[in-house]
Design a protein around this ligand. Structure first.
Ligand code: HEC
Length: 121
């Protein structure tokens, strides 16, 4: 086997190793729409951790529509004093915004399921 092949195989082995150790990652849509400049799953950056957002709206059946408006047009006053700028002011990326809002809202649900399972043990 040539040295190059060995190196390439090692790189793949390295990638395979680490993608398993990461917990929930920011989705590609969040990278593309630059949400990651201000948000992470479990920690506050400029904006609140998405897990905290998700927990806040866990029992709110209207949350998806509420957050669609705020993510698209901008938001302030719900998590502090910093304002979130509009991410889709012209309404041309509503499909992507909805996918992201659903992703955020789903975080606490899967977390809760995990906790309940742990409690059962
Ligand atoms: C420039 C920084 C910034 C960017 C970029 C950004 N956010 Fe935010 N986001 C914030 C801040 C600050 C808040 C808290 C606003 C508040 O207190 O109402 C927030 C709040 C939120 C909330 C909770 C809103 C509420 O009313 O409870 C959601 C959901 C959210 N962001 C999703 C997103 C998504 C999805 C994107 C990418 C499309 C994004 N954010 C991009 C800064 C940002």
């Amino acid at each position: 086997m040539s040295r190059l092949v060995v190196i390439v195989l090692n790189i793949f082995a390295g990638l395979a190793c680490c993608s398993f150790t990461l917990a929930v990652e920011m989705p590609d849509l969040a990278k593309k729409n630059e949400c990651i400049n201000c948000h992470a799953i479990n920690e506050r950056i400029v904006g609140p951790a998405w897990m905290d957002v998700s927990k806040k709206y866990l029992n709110d059946p209207m949350a998806e529509e509420r957050l669609m408006v705020r993510v698209s047009k901008g938001s302030s006053g719900f998590f502090g004093l910093i304002h979130m700028p509009a991410n889709d002011p012209d309404g041309i990326k509503q499909v992507e915004m909805r996918a992201l809002v659903r992703f955020v809202l789903g975080l606490a649900k899967s977390d809760k399921a995990g906790t309940e399972q742990n409690n059962a043990n």
